[in-house]
Design a protein around this ligand. Sequence first.
Ligand SMILES: NC(=O)c1ccc[n+]([C@@H]2O[C@H](COP(=O)([O-])OP(=O)(O)OC[C@H]3O[C@@H](n4cnc5c(N)ncnc54)[C@H](O)[C@@H]3O)[C@@H](O)[C@H]2O)c1
Length: 380
Amino acid sequence: MSRTDRGSVEKITAAIVGTGGIAEAHVTAIRELAEHIELVAAVDVDEERLRVFCEQYGIAGRYTDLDRMLAQELPRLVHICTPPSSHAALSIRSLRAGAWVFCEKPPCTMLAELDEIEAAEEETGRYCSFVFQWRFGSGAQRLRRLIETQAFGRPLLAICHTTWFRDDGYYAVPWRGRWETEAGGPTMGHGIHATDLVLWLLGDWTEVRGMIGRVDREIETEDVSMAMVEFESGARGSFVTSVVSPREETYLRFDFQQATVEFRHLYGYTDADWRFTPRPGEQEEALGDAWARTPAELPSTHASQLRAIVDSMREGGRPPTGPREVRPTMEFITALYRSAMTGVPVARASLSREDPFYSALHGNLAEWAPRNAERSRGAG
Ligand SMILES: NC(=O)c1ccc[n+]([C@@H]2O[C@H](COP(=O)([O-])OP(=O)(O)OC[C@H]3O[C@@H](n4cnc5c(N)ncnc54)[C@H](O)[C@@H]3O)[C@@H](O)[C@H]2O)c1
């Protein structure tokens, strides 16, 4: 921990790379933690977008090249807010320049890249934390603690629905809807928030049976996916991700032996979105009390996660949601695609470095990959 002459703890200097849609959430998070962290620079390959963003938020350091920014500003934390295909390379360059990284979801485009990021962490002694802000709201934190203490008995069933709507205008942005640049379809880009939350809460999964379809949108990737999942605990799960659902919602349901816990929301939850129902005849008050108790309300925002990263930086420890911690989620999505495209259930233990899906989420299978190649050429 570095201190100034007057003994106060120095602020962490931060830079944002990619000044598009999600960058604002990072500025908001940094401003909420202004006591600990200071935004000193921004980078974007689009000069005009960079200018507008820096003027709007009063950012002094403006760069169109990441390496120049890293060399001149020496930021201690780099926020990666660029399209998915660039996450691994930009994260690794930032780690090698001595910074810690707070990288947007999805972490990267394939398991092979996740391993490269982890190797860069080991090489540099710096850490990467991927944005999974839903793990950091008080509802999820509370449920995780109650699962650990088995307050509601064993988990038996999970339902995880990301039924969202994205129209043709959304997919007109060139990097979206393409395997190469979006790193998969909505299973990876949209459903990943809820999927990651369920997997983080329920622990190791063992087998996935997947189905994907391109039912309406004119994109390379799927627009709906489904999965049936077995967990090591014996619990079963059902996952649906869609970008073709006019009434949008995110719905999660956990049935434990003693209670059902659910939430409905869209892009972020508060305590008010959770619902708790004890098993019929169960002592409602005792279980309800356990559910209602601390921690105090924390929303599922970037700021809640950034607070945890700042704590790790101050203490010099590994931050939450690094490559090792998000690996089960990346493996799950890889297995879902492999199962859907091959028509065979996928055991987690069978995912190896030799697997074609380890280094391409479409596994280079004819039905999905050639169309990809044609469209990529067309997009020039
Ligand atoms: N956590 C969330 O809730 C959430 C929500 C939306 C998007 N996202 C994620 O955030 C990321 C960005 O999404 P977006 O909607 O903001 O995209 P966007 O297209 O609006 O913005 C991306 C920006 O990155 C810039 N860029 C591209 N390559 C670059 C490079 N090599 N160096 C510097 N700048 C570069 C582009 O010029 C653009 O300004 C994606 O991974 C997306 O999945 C996360």
